[in-house]
Design a protein around this ligand. Structure first.
Ligand code: E4P
Length: 219
């Protein structure tokens, strides 16, 4: 059960990494644009500051497998945790197969069906990213998609890991893990919300109060 952070904001990544609870990072061109940096620059910063991280997804965007592989070459020297994120298209899957045969980690992104997840596994993907929130935006259940993929992979003994993405709230995270996701990638605000519970706050307030009272000098 692994948690990745879904952001290109370096200060957010550093802060969450210091908790020791973050296993990887996913980025995409939109997140890079928001952070005002190239994905290459962001990946380099992350790999330098977070040495124990297992995976940093670096997305390639092109029409042909050959162009995707060219783009991948710019990221690969950054380190072993570099994971090349390819789209779930025929060209993306060709690039995935080629990279997988070379022992390079891959993440097939923009997965919206079990059929796509099957092809990605056949292409040797390390991870696949079903987009839970975007399924829900389009009136079908993202967590049910995760469950269906997990059942298929378990039946077929597939080693590709399910990396649930496009998660918008804590409830999605709990459901995805319960339904068989191997990894959830979380926007920072969802990660920090996972700690929160009103009963924890209430209980702690009482314990603090009772601690202070119990430790007063006896009269
Ligand atoms: C991560 O790999 C995805 O690119 C990301 O989770 C997409 O999230 P969004 O649908 O909220 O843009």
């Amino acid at each position: 059960m692994k948690l990745f952070l879904d952001t290109a904001d370096f200060s957010e990544i550093q802060k969450a990494y210091l908790t020791g609870l973050i296993d990887g990072v996913t980025t995409n061109p939109t997140l890079g644009l928001k952070a005002g940096k190239t994905l290459y620059g962001i990946a380099g910063d992350i790999l330098q500051a977070c040495p124990t991280i297992e995976s940093v997804s670096c997305e390639v965007v092109a029409d042909t497998a050959a162009e995707m592989l060219d783009q991948a070459q710019t990221f690969l020297p950054l380190g072993e945790a570099v994971t090349i994120k390819v789209p779930c298209t025929i060209e993306g899957l060709k690039a995935c197969r080629f990279l997988a045969e070379d022992g390079i980690k891959t993440n097939v992104t923009l997965v919206f069906s079990v059929a796509q997840a099957i092809l990605a596994a056949k292409a040797g993907a390390t991870y696949i990213s079903p987009f839970v929130g975007r399924c829900n935006d389009n009136s079908f259940s993202g967590v049910e998609l995760v469950r269906a993929i997990a059942n298929t992979y378990a039946t077929q003994r597939v080693s590709t890991q399910i990396l649930a993405a496009s998660l918008r709230d804590v409830h999605h995270v709990s459901r995805c893990f319960a339904y068989g996701a191997d990894v959830c990638t979380l926007p920072p605000k969802v990660f920090w919300k996972m700690y929160e519970h009103v009963l924890t706050d209430q209980g702690l307030a009482q314990f603090e109060n009772d601690w202070a009272t119990a430790n007063q000098p006896f009269k």
